[in-house]
Design a protein around this ligand. Structure first.
Ligand SMILES: [Zn+2]
Length: 643
């Protein structure tokens, strides 16, 4: 077994840790899959400029070399790398030993590997539920988001051509598929599931299969008929929303209790779910679970008579323990309890579900951005799952950027900056939280005082206790100072001289693109869209940093230039004749205009979409981004009403 990387980064390679994760994975998969590793040697090669996370060639995994860490990382990043290593390793069985017959079953190998990585982590963790909290905070969050876009599709897709395949490396294929596999494990039972998987490998080794082959093995092992399950979960798209509907008497006891299920008009399927309903009460300083019932629900409304007569608690949590795949709506009192007391919830999985429910409500314009920011500020400092911390800090920033009503936006951005600054000041020296919050503070920085502080950090003064301003953190600070107009081109060049590496070059290009000047935007656009020889990683960094808040004046010309770029991509004109999917997607997705004043742009966009011929894949990406815009407008309108 070999681990390889470029010589110039070998000093940073923590090969012992990577080897330990890998060998633990080998032990687990050989045991549970009942089939010894079939390919002899196993190499893991870290390569530069890689467009995706990793790829499972037989006996030779290729991984992006950002996974060789040059700087301090939080636990979330180590978990994410371990997850990728285990995902690729499980593909040696599910993907390589037994291979899908056709791309229609792409989801099956990707979902299985995604499930297998979390399964392996949960089997080896001191606290198995921590791995599933991470799964909930990461994968399910991704799946719900993707499942609400106009481009969503059934997990089991009809892959008519390679363009369809390329488009479907998405949150449905990976994350939703894995979510329903978790549910399938619960449905047939863990032991029966693993027994079915072993029979499947034994029967189909070195062969090709389709979904029916796996379902048959699982049916034999479990004695259950899976045809209904497959129809509801694999062959129809969309996510259901569950909420509690109840009445209480004057003593505050439930006189009726039901779980309501809804679906969107576009994907109206109502499904069967087994769920737990958790009852939580504030006792002393913690929000404690005082009751739990499991019920099978189906259709629009299912009564839960077990709860009648019980006193209404401070918080009712449908889908407690995360047994099913569904969005959850909290009732008014439960929402208030969650917003005010999330830091008093002891179970990380319960917190993950509450984080998920409140983010859904914010994105669905049912919880104003300002309340969401307050919730995150209250709870993120004590959240133990660093994956949750990473998502929460990013989500709150985007709520402040995009979901706040335009008139309240500046106020919210300052509130967020100050909230993060205060959490940073109070976080433990040297902790992961300190690092995560320092990065978030750089992104949140909005005024001269914050910029002065970041500048001081770069100079080595006023640095928070136990925080090292290492290359990665330095570049995050540089990009944000560039965004705020505090750095010249020469300043950025001087940074590049300090870190004259491929990563440094990418980061410097991103920082230049973030500057609020017409010249910087013109140069960035030319490089990302028109330049023939730009390296992929550099183009990605530029696209990610191009649209910035509070730069509408210099960005205005690019509303129309985006249309021209999309037409050129669709026609494979000019440099696009030879450029691949990643470069195209970076432009379509990340250079999509994000003006403060969204309504006039939506109207122009719709007019252009109605009058322009575009390939299916180009249109799909733009319509996803359009959906994000419309969502932001709905949230802004709802926040304005409340404000
Ligand atoms: Zn994979």
């Amino acid at each position: 077994m070999a681990i390889l990387c470029r010589q110039s980064i070998a000093q940073h390679l923590d090969a012992d840790l990577i080897r330990k994760v890998t060998t633990t994975g080998f032990d687990l998969f050989e045991k549970h899959f009942g089939f010894g590793y079939p390919f002899g040697k196993y190499d893991q090669v870290f390569v530069p400029e890689y467009n995706s996370g990793a790829m499972e060639n037989v006996g030779c995994i290729v991984l992006r070399d950002e996974y060789v860490f040059r700087s301090r990382q939080t636990e979330a990043t180590y978990q994410s790398r371990a997850n990728t290593i285990l995902h690729e390793l499980s593909h040696m069985w599910f993907g390589d030993l037994v291979t899908m017959r056709w791309w229609d079953d792409l989801w099956l190998k990707e979902s299985f590997a995604t499930w297998a990585a979390s399964f392996a982590a949960s089997e080896t963790a001191a606290d198995p539920s921590a791995a599933w909290s991470m799964f909930c905070n990461g994968n399910k969050n991704w799946a719900y988001r993707q499942d609400q876009l106009p481009s969503t599709h059934p997990i089991s897709a009809d892959m008519v051509d390679l363009e369809a395949v390329e488009q479907n490396f998405d949150g449905i294929t990976y994350a939703k598929g894995a979510s329903v596999l978790v549910q399938l494990v619960a449905f047939v039972g863990r032991e029966a599931f693993l027994e079915g998987v072993r029979a499947y490998f034994a029967e189909h080794a070195y062969g090709n299969t389709e979904l029916a082959d796996l379902l048959l093995a699982l049916e034999h092992a479990s004695g259950r008929d899976l045809s209904g399950w497959s129809g509801q979960w694999l062959e129809t798209a969309g996510v259901n929303t569950l909420s509690a509907d109840f009445a209480t008497d004057e003593d505050g006891r439930f006189t009726s209790f039901a779980i309501e299920q809804t679906a969107t008009p576009a994907w109206p399927t109502l499904r069967s779910h087994r769920i737990a309903i958790g009852l939580y009460q504030l006792i002393g300083d913690s929000l404690t679970r005082v009751g739990r019932v499991e019920v099978d629900i189906a259709g629009a409304s299912t009564a839960a008579p077990e709860l009648v007569g019980l006193r209404q608690p401070d918080l009712v949590l449908p889908n407690d323990d995360d047994l099913t795949y569904a969005k959850v709506r909290l009732d008014r009192r439960s929402l208030r309890t969650a917003v005010e007391h999330i830091n008093k919830v002891t179970s990380p999985l319960t917190r993950a579900l509450l984080w998920g429910a409140t983010w859904d409500m914010c994105r669905d314009a049912e919880l104003p951005a300002i309340d969401y920011l307050d919730l995150v500020i209250r709870g993120v400092g004590t959240e133990s799952d660093l994956t949750a911390v990473r998502y929460l800090l990013g989500q709150a920033q985007s709520a402040a950027n995009s979901y706040a009503p335009v008139g309240l936006r500046t106020e919210l951005l300052h509130r967020w900056q100050d909230g993060v600054g205060s959490l940073l000041a109070h976080s433990a020296p040297g902790s992961d939280h300190k690092l995560a919050l320092a990065r978030a503070f750089a992104a949140a920085s909005q005024d001269a005082a914050a910029a002065d502080l970041l500048t001081a950090w770069l100079g080595g003064t006023a640095v928070p206790d136990g925080l090292t301003i290492d290359p990665e953190l330095r570049w995050i600070i540089v990009a944000n100072l560039a965004r705020l107009g505090r750095l010249t081109d020469d300043d950025i060049s001087a940074e590049l001289e300090r870190d004259n590496t491929i990563t440094g070059a990418e980061q410097a290009a991103g920082a230049r693109a973030a500057q609020p000047t017409a010249a910087a935007k013109a140069s960035a656009w030319r490089l990302a869209v028109e330049e023939d020889t730009i390296p992929n990683g550099t183009q990605h960094a530029i696209c990610m940093k191009f649209w910035q808040r509070d730069q509408d004046v210099v960005l205005f010309p690019y509303l129309h230039r985006y249309f021209e770029a999309a037409e050129a991509i669709s026609a494979s004109a000019g440099p696009w004749a030879s450029r691949g999917m990643s470069l195209r997607n970076n432009v379509l997705r990340y250079l999509f205009p994000w003006p403060v004043d969204k309504q006039p742009f939506v109207e122009e966009l719709d007019d252009w979409l109605a009058n322009t011929e575009l390939t299916g894949s180009v249109r799909r990406t733009i319509e996803e981004r359009r959906d994000d815009l419309l969502r932001a407008l709905r949230c802004q309108a709802a926040g304005a009403l409340v404000g």
